[in-house]
Design a binder for this molecule. Structure first.
Ligand code: HEC
Ligand code: HEC
Length: 508
């Protein structure tokens, strides 16, 4: 072999790697540094607005791994989070933004942030086969393991809604407050929502967070690998299959309307899934909202409209047990658009309708209207448990109507979930300050939600797009159009994420 060739041979592997990482740096500086910081320390310009914070790569602690607890991730693990993003966080998916080669390069560059990767060759753990579909008894047994042997309920709560006894005091390794995931929303799991994903997160833990690895529980013979798979199947069974529909139909009741949110008469009424996103249009903005979706049901009897709204919120705010969490939020998101309140406020839910019938596609600003096009609004708070009826010309500008409210309500909080029923007669006493509800005529409707424990208020919170509500007429027309329906794009996006997660799982 001649000398030059030998030199080239010797240099080749190292040179190729260095080149990858060099190209990766260009990608990183352009696409990742804004969040993760130029030096990889998780302190990019945008970081202060986010919770969870962008990963600090210098510590080499990774959540989404197929390797044992405390180990480095494999390249495939890094590839998965970069490709798919981390649902439920601001970490985007890059598979349709960067080419495969660019993603490989950026992985090579990420690894240069920590010397732990030098010469390391992390290996995935070996796992048993996923058993077939669980029977009812398998799921009952899995729930028992979830409660007793594995103590999942200590953090995630009895029904998995993130309201366990330990939940108020959880922090990640950097000391930031962190929520025990709401297990009924698999589309928000950081590492993906399939049974395989859930099993792997339970086996290997989410390093850097309180979510533990359960491998030792198997190694010590406390439960079998198959039983852990069953728990993964049980967790997956907690998540519904939401479908996006733009028109909420209020069913026509011949008999009595439901008397409250826990009346069994609601069981037969369709549930409509409404995605919610953080309010980031007007100041103060809010990037880390608690309420990322609500479910709406509606019914009327020709006289009265009843609307029931259900959403998960681990806390009935204000709740003194959650003061540590509230303080953590206030101290963490301290730089975002001004000061916070000094104590937990109530939970809130707003339901809004345009005061004037929309013409063409002209709807009020979805954030509580504006001075040109005000909204008519029902504003509920948990403490005091009260609903006010009034108008708004933008979030935080709500003015209650004079006189007595025509809206009645009942609210129930149980195991990390609010259910609130609003009722109002179809024809308002004073139609200059309240919107009439007319069967057969669709009316735009939009929602606002806030969690007092999360330091949210009447501007910092989450919002929906405009949807429509349609009160069924006794014989529904076969063709039914809503010409003015304008859909706010990020709400649609929420649904895309849900659908992708559910589709992926069905594909397994
Ligand atoms: C808009 C902000 C944002 C941008 C841009 C961003 N990330 Fe992230 N990233 C995050 C956040 C937030 C987390 C942490 C989420 C968590 O802790 O649950 C994260 C986590 C990660 C993780 C850790 C995964 C794990 O298993 O713990 C990797 C790897 C990562 N990002 C890679 C990248 C790469 C590569 C880019 C650029 C191509 C990028 N990120 C761009 C916000 C961002
Ligand atoms: C000590 C508290 C604690 C215990 C015990 C615990 N978890 Fe978690 N779990 C968490 C936290 C905190 C998160 C959220 C981590 C994050 O957002 O990055 C989480 C996240 C999850 C996730 C979402 C994973 C993802 O990809 O984002 C699942 C699924 C889960 N846990 C299931 C379980 C199951 C099943 C058990 C019992 C075997 C369990 N957890 C026990 C605290 C706990």
């Amino acid at each position: 072999m001649n000398k030059t060739l030998a030199m080239a041979f010797l240099l080749l592997p190292g040179a190729a790697l260095a080149q990858d990482a060099d190209r990766g740096k260009v990608i990183y500086d352009k696409w990742c540094a804004g969040c993760h910081g130029e030096t990889g320390a998780g302190d990019g310009e945008a970081a202060a607005y986010m919770l969870p914070r962008p990963r600090d790569f210098t510590g080499a602690i990774y959540q989404v791994r197929t390797t044992a607890s405390g180990e480095l991730p494999t390249d495939d693990d890094l590839r998965k989070v970069i490709d798919e993003g981390m649902p439920g966080t601001t970490m985007p998916a890059w598979n349709d933004r960067l080419s495969g080669g660019q993603r490989d390069d950026v992985i090579a560059y990420l690894k240069t942030f920590s010397r732990f990767f030098d010469g390391a060759d992390p290996q995935p753990i070996t796992v048993g086969r996923r058993p077939g579909s669980p029977s009812e008894e398998d799921l009952v047994e899995a729930k028992r393991l979830f409660d007793d042997e594995l103590q999942c309920l200590r953090c995630h709560g009895n029904l998995g809604r993130g309201d366990g006894r330990s939940a108020p005091e959880l922090t990640d390794d950097a000391g930031f407050p962190i929520r025990a995931a709401d297990l009924t929303k698999n589309w928000r799991f950081n590492g993906g929502g399939t049974v395989e994903d859930i099993y792997m997160r339970m086996r290997t833990g989410l390093d850097g967070t309180p979510m533990p690895s359960n491998s030792d529980v198997i190694d010590n013979g406390i439960i079998t690998d198959e039983q852990l798979w069953r728990v993964a199947q049980y967790v997956r069974s907690l998540a519904p299959e939401p479908r996006r529909r733009d028109v909420i139909r209020a069913a026509r009741f011949e008999g009595a309307l439901p008397s409250g949110p826990d009346d069994a008469a609601w069981d037969d009424v369709d549930r409509y899934y409404i995605p919610m996103v953080g309010q980031i249009t007007i100041q103060p903005r809010w990037f880390a909202p608690t309420v990322d979706d609500i479910w709406v049901q509606a019914a009327h009897d020709g006289q009265t409209l009843a609307v029931k709204i259900t959403w998960n919120d681990a806390t009935q705010s204000p709740d003194p047990a959650w003061d540590p969490f509230f303080q953590g939020i206030v101290q963490t998101l301290t730089d975002v658009d001004g000061p916070h309140r000094s104590a937990q406020g109530p939970d809130r839910l707003g339901v809004q309708f345009p005061i004037a019938p929309p013409t063409g596609t002209e709807l009020p600003f979805f954030l509580g209207g504006d001075t040109q096009r005000p909204v008519y609004m029902w504003q509920w708070t948990s403490d005091p448990d009260r609903v006010a009826e009034g108008t708004a010309t933008g979030l935080g500008t709500f003015v209650a109507n004079g006189g007595s409210s025509q809206v009645s309500h009942a609210a129930v909080f149980s195991e990390g979930q609010w259910q609130v029923q609003f009722s109002r007669s179809l024809a308002p006493a004073d139609s200059s300050v309240a919107v009439p509800f007319t069967p057969g005529e669709p009316l735009p409707i939009a929602f606002y939600a806030a969690d007092g424990t999360d330091a949210e208020d009447d501007v910092r919170g989450s919002v929906s797009a405009w949807f429509a509500i349609y009160l069924d007429v006794p014989t529904p027309p076969s063709v039914f159009v809503v010409p003015f329906l304008a859909v706010f794009v990020t709400a649609g996006l929420g649904m895309v994420i849900v659908r992708q997660a559910q589709r992926r799982d069905r594909g397994v």
